[in-house]
Design a protein around this ligand. Structure first.
Ligand code: HMG
Ligand code: MG
Length: 305
């Protein structure tokens, strides 16, 4: 069976924009987040509190988060969760000082990417995250754990299931309340997705704690999502207009486009609370700002471009 409702975790402002070479003004980012909220997204990942030299595009996090924070105070079901990435205590301090209520740490299943992305081994990065997750929870914040390179790695090739399962267990043991399984370079196929979710269940990880995070490099992101939904996953990460990539992973292209995801979900009769017309208009507006068309097939079809 398929779920009746899916929670879309929108990553466009963070994963989408982090790879853009040209700096996007903070006012444009704030409008992007507001437009996404007005289109019905109820989880919008806003930015990262990382070293500004590592991700220059997100160096304005101190200005952006306060500019959108009011969305979290909207009444009842209209309240928007605004998670931010924090790699270490310094990042967490910066985020909590601005009232962040949801944070995410980001680990890697492979040593190559842990080094490229965090300047650490896998073990060292988990040691770095332990006090971050503990303090976030003490502060009453939600703590998501991302795991990158769950399927393949640009330097190491296919990633063994048991390696992924091992790091997932350790992230849960740190106290993460949700795990997002990242196909950072978009090489996963549906059978591999089902195999990983099954292996995680066999290791005692409940599907209810899992989200999926697909990049669309080989055009498999929707098929992979459907495999995950059939397995019982109900939280899916995606990026408006298919923006995105990771500056520290060679060959990472855009995320699954939120519009493509919503088109499929609504076609399956699955509720998302998202207004596809408003969302598409937002991605067209952002594409105009960035000066190139959205790679999303659904945006192009609906916008006639
Ligand atoms: P490092 O060079 O090892 O840092 O980088 P350090 O701990 O040695 O500190 C060096 C200096 O940086 C110090 O300053 C720190 O204060 C400062 P100094 O004393 O020399 O003046 N510093 C900071 N400044 C501001 N904010 C901070 C911070 N931390 C240290 N938070 C570090 C280690 C983790 C900082 C660095 O590697 C980093 O910032 N990495 C971020 C990389 C990143 O953001 N990648 C993209 C997100 S992951 C992704 O996209 C994948 C995902 O989408 C899922 C998927 O698709 O797979 C999530
Ligand atoms: Mg990503």
């Amino acid at each position: 069976g398929l779920p009746a409702r899916v929670r879309v975790h929108e990553v466009g402002p963070r994963d989408g924009l982090q790879n853009e070479a040209t700096l996007v003004p903070v006012e444009v980012k704030a409008e992007f987040v507001h437009r996404l909220a007005d289109a019905g997204l109820r989880t919008v990942e806003v930015t990262s509190f990382v070293h500004p030299k590592w991700v220059p595009q997100l160096a304005d996090a101190e200005r952006l988060l306060p500019a959108v924070a009011g969305l979290a105070d909207r009444p009842g079901a209209d309240a928007v969760r605004l998670p931010v990435l924090v790699p270490n205590k310094r990042g967490l301090d910066r985020a909590l000082a601005l009232g962040a209520r949801d944070v995410a740490v980001f680990a890697s299943a492979t040593e190559s990417f842990a080094r490229a992305n965090l300047n650490r081994t896998v073990d060292e990065s988990l040691e770095m995250f332990a006090p971050v997750v503990a303090r976030a929870r003490e502060a009453g914040a939600g703590a998501r754990g991302y795991l990158s390179m769950c399927f393949g790695d640009p330097w190491e090739g296919p990633v063994p299931l048991d390696r992924v399962v091992g790091v997932c267990r350790r992230l849960l043991d740190l106290g993460c309340d949700e795990l997002s399984l990242g196909d950072t370079i978009g090489v996963a196929t549906p059978g591999h997705v089902t195999a990983l979710l099954t292996a995680l269940n066999e290791a005692g990880v409940p599907t209810g704690r899992l989200a999926v995070h697909f990049h669309d490099t080989y055009g498999q992101a929707l098929a992979n999502t459907l495999a995950a939904l059939r397995h019982g996953v109900t939280t899916v990460d995606s990026s408006a207009g298919g923006l995105g990539g990771c500056p520290y992973a060679r060959s990472a292209t855009g995320n699954l486009a939120t519009e493509d995801l919503v088109w499929m979900l609504h076609g399956l009769g699955i509720d998302t609370g998202i207004d596809l017309g408003r969302l598409t208009a937002t991605s067209v507006w952002m594409a105009d700002h960035l000066g190139r068309p959205s790679p999303s097939r659904t945006v192009r079809a609906l916008a006639g471009r």
